[in-house]
Design a protein around this ligand. Structure first.
Ligand code: ADP
Ligand code: MG
Length: 791
């Protein structure tokens, strides 16, 4: 049993350029607790908190200041918890703090750099690494990803859904069994046999989480997300299973309602968040109190879900995330206060072990059979559960003789057979009950009568027992079948583990596939990227709804421009470059590995050659020298050892590269998704704006008659006639100076044409052309904002 208080850490987010730094100081103490002092400036202290106190001091296990990197945070916070979980204890790590203070960054990670990956991917990596190293047990790993929003749970890993709204995901409900264990209905537990599968699931969940969110509905800041890793382990052949789970929790923003200044729908949400965080606090306080029998877990969904993982049987760790700029001093103080209350709880973590009933039955059956065999061996007879008629008669005779014998030393010897011994006892008992009947004849008559009735009763009992036996046999058969299936699953898992650790060839093959992809002459990388891109565009719920699954030409073009100007494009380009670099590096390493392998093989060949030579020499002209160690062979062996060492180093590096490459690919996919989503939002906003300004433009199906002003102005924009080419080239009218003279439409008057490199295709299809118009307008807005537009 492990007993300790909940560990509480603090992490201070780096300030952005625009933020004004608050005053704080960190007293980092390696040996004991560290302390964080926050100074409330005088101008703020008048307004709130307490105008008498100006400095607040809080103790933490450790404080990660602004420059702390993700790997350091993982090593100090998550690694010890992951180790406990691997040993069979439950664990929870939760991040608490106001919106924007770095909870998601800490738990999941940043979306841009590989080095920014957070606790979840690092923990998965660590856990699978450890599992691979331990071949003494069979491990099964599952993950689940739950989002709680307005007290409703949603399964982020539901494979059937490409959700466009959170509400589209399956609703998760809480069920409680008679033993008060919590079960989550509809929350899928997905098996992950290796790191890659687990990371893909995390990615799926994060994508669902992102897609379900719109700028108007930033659900993620107001919802709690719980990523759970479930591990079960068993030694081969043992009936004991150890189960443990690790919850990685990204809580909703802890800011107070008053501060956010919201109303209506948002206020309802805020109430829910604040309530559920309040209930979390209540549970934590109740856990901290001694002799408290009732813990109010049931008040909220989150406390119910974390029931077995908050207090009691769990290693719990909290990270208080702080954004210490001047405006957030009060929130930072309240986050620290919460953290201090959490630090008071003492936890007792115990191992979660249980006996597998199926295995137990098999073991018992085996034991029974072994005992029977042993018995048969000793007695030389196969034993049935019933005595035969013949044996019964023999026994009757023996008892009779024994009772008749007047010698006080006489014995009744029926052999070491419990069935016979029991039979004799029953008889003697019956005789005792009828002890008054002394007449021998009467006695023997009685015995035979008794045996007849006994026989009837026995037959009745026999029938019942047979039925019972049949029932048990059926049960056992069912259980054995289940067991077989389970065993097969375990074997499969083991096989996969072995396959993974057999590693070198598999890894190399998979890498070489990637490498081939990257080295193909027509730059397959961007080709593949393009494919991914277009397929994910088609997946987008927005476009499927709007255009029946197809983007109009105008929309596509707008997207290209939007993409080029989007801030994330730099990230994509950076990552693309990095990915290419990694590919090249991996390819180089792969080649080097092959070289080293060939070299080793060559050296081995040389040694064999040497053996043959020496053996031949020994036959022809035996000499003392030939029995001694061969210095040449020794040298060759040392060389092999060295080559092996470098092989191992390169191989490990290659393995690391593979993980990094996969992660980078996931990151890119994520950023692209985000880009598309941003585009959708921007696009629909522009469409709405346009509709509000010129409703008749969009509503009429006839383009030619509806856009007279536009055609006019576009004719001036272009030297080509619109009706001839249906294309407007803005290049021809760089300053747009003709607009104000001929255009009759005041809203179009001020418009600038799209950027010089973009030509606008008008298709005659009203939807597509409406798209184009929206695009032109939006483009102008952007240019104007950037100060590039024509006034
Ligand atoms: P929260 O989840 O608490 O609302 P986020 O994790 O989304 O906050 O952080 C807000 C922003 O700050 C994000 O853009 C994130 O990348 C950035 N950020 C947070 N913590 C750090 C950090 N330690 N280093 C660099 N950037 C950070
Ligand atoms: Mg967040």
């Amino acid at each position: 049993m492990v007993k300790e208080t909940i560990r509480v850490y603090a992490r201070v987010k780096p300030l952005s350029r625009r933020q004004q730094a608050g005053i704080y100081s960190v007293d980092d103490n390696e040996k004991s607790l560290s302390s964080l002092e926050i100074i409330v400036p005088r101008d703020l202290a008048d307004g709130f908190v307490n105008n008498k106190r100006e400095s607040y001091k809080f103790k933490f296990q450790k404080i990660f200041d602004q420059e702390a990197k993700q790997d350091v945070v993982f090593d100090s916070i998550a690694k010890p918890v992951a180790e406990c979980v691997l040993a069979g204890y439950n664990g929870t790590i939760f991040a608490y703090g106001q919106t924007g203070s770095g909870k998601t960054f800490t738990i999941t990670g940043g979306a841009e750099r590989y080095s920014d990956r957070g606790i979840v991917p690092r923990t998965l990596s660590y856990i699978f690494d450890q599992l691979q190293k331990d071949s003494s047990k069979v491990y099964t790993t599952h993950v689940s990803y739950l989002e709680i929003y307005n007290e409703c749970g949603y399964d982020l890993l539901d494979p059937r859904h490409e959700a466009s709204k959170l509400e589209d995901l399956p609703k998760v409900t809480i069920m409680e069994d008679p033993d008060q264990n919590i079960h989550l209905k509809n929350l899928s537990l997905q098996q992950a046999t290796n790191e890659e599968e687990a990371l893909n699931l995390l990615f799926l969940g994060d994508t669902n989480r992102m897609i379900a969110e719109t700028p108007m509905n930033q659900a993620s800041t107001r919802s709690h997300c719980i990523f759970t890793i479930h591990i079960s382990s068993k030694e081969p052949g043992s009936a004991t299973i150890r189960r443990s789970k690790l919850h990685l929790v990204d809580l909703a923003g802890s800011e107070r309602v008053a501060k956010t200044g919201v109303g209506g729908h948002l206020l309802t949400e805020a109430k829910y968040i604040n309530l559920s965080l309040h209930y979390l606090e209540q549970v934590i306080i109740a856990l901290a109190e001694k002799n408290r029998s009732h813990i109010p877990y049931r008040n909220s969904m989150m406390t119910s879900v974390l029931r077995d993982s908050l207090g009691g049987n769990c290693m719990t760790t909290m990270i208080a995330t702080l954004s210490i700029d001047k405006r957030n001093i009060d929130e930072s103080i309240s986050t620290c206060r919460f953290a201090q209350r959490v630090a008071l709880i003492k936890n007792e973590a115990v191992l979660n072990e249980e006996i597998d009933p199926r295995l137990m039955i098999v073991q018992l059956r085996k034991e029974v059979q072994e005992l029977k065999d042993e018995l048969a061996l000793v007695t030389g007879k196969q034993r049935t559960s019933e005595l035969s008629q013949e044996e019964l008669l023999q026994l009757d005779e023996l008892i009779e003789t024994f009772l008749e014998d007047n010698d006080p030393d006489s014995t009744l010897d029926v052999g070491a057979d419990m069935r016979k011994i029991n039979y004799c006892f029953i008889h003697v008992k019956q005789l005792m009950n009828h002890s008054k009947i002394s007449d021998k004849k009467l006695l023997s008559q009685h015995i035979s009568e008794e045996r007849d009735t006994n026989k009837e009763a026995r037959e009745e009992e026999l029938k019942k027992l047979k039925e019972l036996l049949q029932q048990r046999d059926n049960e056992i058969n069912i259980l054995v079948n289940m067991l077989k299936k389970e065993k097969k699953k375990a074997q499969d898992a083991l096989f996969q583990l072995n396959a993974a650790s057999a590693g070198s060839t598999v890894l190399e093959t998979s890498l070489s596939i990637n490498l081939e992809e990257s080295q193909s002459p027509s730059s397959c990388f961007s080709l593949k990227e393009a494919k991914d891109f277009s397929s994910s565009v088609h997946r987008l719920p927005f476009f499927s709804r709007q255009t029946g699954g197809k983007m109009s030409l105008g929309c596509q073009e707008a997207f290209e421009v939007f993409k080029r100007d989007h801030a994330d494009n730099i990230t994509i380009e950076d990552n693309k470059r990095l990915l290419k670099q990694r590919f090249t590096e991996a390819k180089c390493l792969g080649e080097k590995l092959n070289e080293v392998r060939n070299k080793i093989n060559h050296l081995k060949g040389e040694i064999t050659q040497r053996h043959i030579q020496r053996a031949a020499l020994a036959v022809c002209s035996p000499s003392e020298e030939l029995n001694m160690l061969d210095p040449v062979e020794e040298k060759l062996r040392t060389q092999i050892e060295e080559e092996k060492k470098s092989y191992k180093t390169m191989f490990n590096r290659l393995k690391g590269l593979k993980v990094e490459i996969e992660h980078l690919q996931l990151l890119m996919e994520k950023v692209k998704m985000k880009l598309q989503k941003d585009f959708e939002v921007w696009w629909s906003e522009e469409a709405i704006n346009l509709q509000q300004e010129k409703p008749e433009m969009v509503s009429s199906p006839n383009t030619a008659t509806v856009y007279p002003q536009f055609i006019k102005s576009s004719q001036h924009l272009s030297t080509n006639s619109f009706s001839e080419t249906k294309r407007v080239s803005p290049n021809e009218d760089p300053a747009g100076k003709n607009n104000s003279i001929t255009s009759t439409n005041p809203t179009l008057k001020t418009r600038t044409p799209p950027s010089s490199s973009t030509s606008i295709p008008l298709t005659g299809d009203s939807q597509a052309d409406a798209d184009i118009l929206a695009f032109i307008k939006a483009r102008q807005n952007i240019l104007q904002k950037k100060g590039l537009g024509n006034k």
